[in-house]
Design a protein around this ligand. Structure first.
Ligand code: AMP
Length: 442
């Protein structure tokens, strides 16, 4: 159990902590062992109709987070769960919602799932639609960047599950098209992001209009202590705390490596790396919208099949790029951190940090876009000299030094680190604080 959870249990005393220590090396989703042959979804109190939908989705064995969360969430308890990326957490909150909503009057919004990005909201709504096929339950995805009217019509014609980004949901609420008075279940996905300064005011406005009597579930791959405290004070009631795997350990199926390179040579190095045939489906992270845009153009000029997603692109451009990437008709998707969390694209072979992330948590989220559902993946980080301190803090978080790879003529030798002067140390600390709990424009 890590320090945060130990602290939290001590502080709150009454919490039941449910912890599965998954060693580094265990993939998030793996085939069942013979001794687990009975460890199937029938062990839970799930109706035959939902079991059928689960099977149709190709889920045979519950993942660790599903095994831990389902007994409590099906019984109506509040949940706060941290789980590695790709661990199956979406189904862990959708199944109890669907099971509950199958009973009772349909057509009223009884479950609300909040997500930080349009892409995650759309993806979650798709999974909800697949799991409710053949039932009378309707799911509506509500997010910005697209016309209001189709969403207004969908909300007015009656829906049971709303998956939403906070800003657009509030727009609908103020217009009277989103009705939340009958709400029974709230899910906050990617909870640490949803509680940073950018989202927290909207999240609070939404919480203020929800019925107090409800089940609340919070999910995230990482859960800083400040978020835990806030969640406990403002959202949850007597929650079950579930921690699956280690927050600082990405799945061992991700091979991580570092290329030390000057800022000016990053694009040349990336183009050189892209000559490898194994790089079939590559997600490249850039620091800013402008850098993402510029890199995409450079790649396209060099005959690389590339596109990009970031906050300045229209929703239809974002959807189009993502759709092509999912279908493998786009080889390279360049993105800002907008794509770092929660995105589930099957078969991403490589994640490339063209620019290093601002903090170790962002690194974990980014590299979690590969090696989904137990497959293998590579995470390559292009680190320039100015990235030395963030690279060091990523390695401290991981508890090991990442292997350096050299490419003759492109990479640079490692430089010995000089200890910072007290003034520089101070400025780094305050930079680190800002980056761990801040509002970002991606
Ligand atoms: P998530 O962590 O919810 O983004 O899920 C990651 C991927 O795992 C998704 O593609 C899910 O469809 C898949 N998945 C979820 N639960 C299971 C399961 N029990 N067995 C196999 N795959 C699963």
């Amino acid at each position: 159990m890590n320090r945060q959870f130990r602290f939290f249990r001590m502080a709150k005393g009454s919490l039941r902590v449910s912890h599965i220590g998954s060693q580094q090396g265990a993939p998030a989703i793996r085939p069942p062992l013979v001794c687990e042959i009975f460890d199937i979804f029938t062990q839970f109190e799930i109706s035959p109709q939902l079991l059928q939908a689960v099977r149709r989705s190709g889920f045979e064995t519950p993942t660790p987070v599903q095994r831990e969360v389902l007994p409590s969430s099906l019984s109506g308890r509040d949940i706060i769960a941290t789980a590695e990326t790709g661990s199956g957490k979406t189904a862990a909150f959708l199944l109890p919602i669907i099971e509950r909503l199958r009973q009772g009057k349909p057509g009223r919004t009884r479950a609300l799932i909040l997500a930080p990005t349009r892409e995650i909201a759309a993806q979650t709504a798709q999974q909800a639609a697949a799991l409710t096929r053949g039932m009378t339950l309707r799911t509506v995805a509500v997010y910005g960047g697209v016309a209001m009217n189709p969403q207004v019509r969908a909300l007015r014609s009656g829906c049971d599950i709303v998956v939403a980004t906070p800003g657009r949901l509030l727009d609908h609420y103020r217009r009277g098209t989103a009705r939340l008075a009958a709400l029974e279940v709230l899910v906050v996905d990617e909870a640490d992001r949803m509680m940073d300064m950018g989202f927290l005011p909207d999240l609070r406005r939404i919480l203020a209009v929800l019925p107090r009597e409800r089940q609340s579930m919070l999910f995230s791959a990482t859960m800083p202590i400040a978020v835990l405290e806030l969640a406990y004070e403002e959202i949850l009631r007597d929650p079950v705390l579930v921690e699956v795997g280690s927050q600082s350990k990405p799945p061992a199926t991700i091979a991580q490596s570092v290329y030390l390179v000057s800022s000016e040579r990053k694009t040349d190095l990336l183009l050189d790396l892209l000559q490898r045939k194994a790089m079939r489906s590559v997600l490249v992270f850039a620091r800013t919208r402008r850098r993402a845009e510029r890199l995409t153009k450079q790649l396209q000029r060099n005959n690389t099949n590339a596109s990009c997603i970031h906050g300045d692109r229209s929703q239809s451009q974002r959807e189009q790029a993502l759709k092509r990437f999912r279908r493998r008709s786009l080889r390279v998707l360049v993105a800002t951190d907008i794509a770092a969390r929660g995105l589930d694209v099957e078969g991403v072979t490589h994640v490339v940090n063209y620019d290093m992330p601002a903090a170790p948590l962002d690194y974990l989220h980014r590299i979690g876009r590969t090696a989904r559902a137990g497959s293998d993946g590579d995470a390559l980080s292009l680190a320039a000299r100015e990235d030395a301190s963030v690279l060091a803090s990523i390695e401290r978080t991981l508890g090991r030094q990442l292997p350096r790879v050299t490419v003759p003529g492109l990479t640079e030798p490692e430089r010995p680190r000089t200890s910072p002067t007290p003034a520089r140390r101070l400025s780094r600390i305050s930079r680190g604080r800002r980056s761990s709990f801040r509002s970002r424009r991606t």
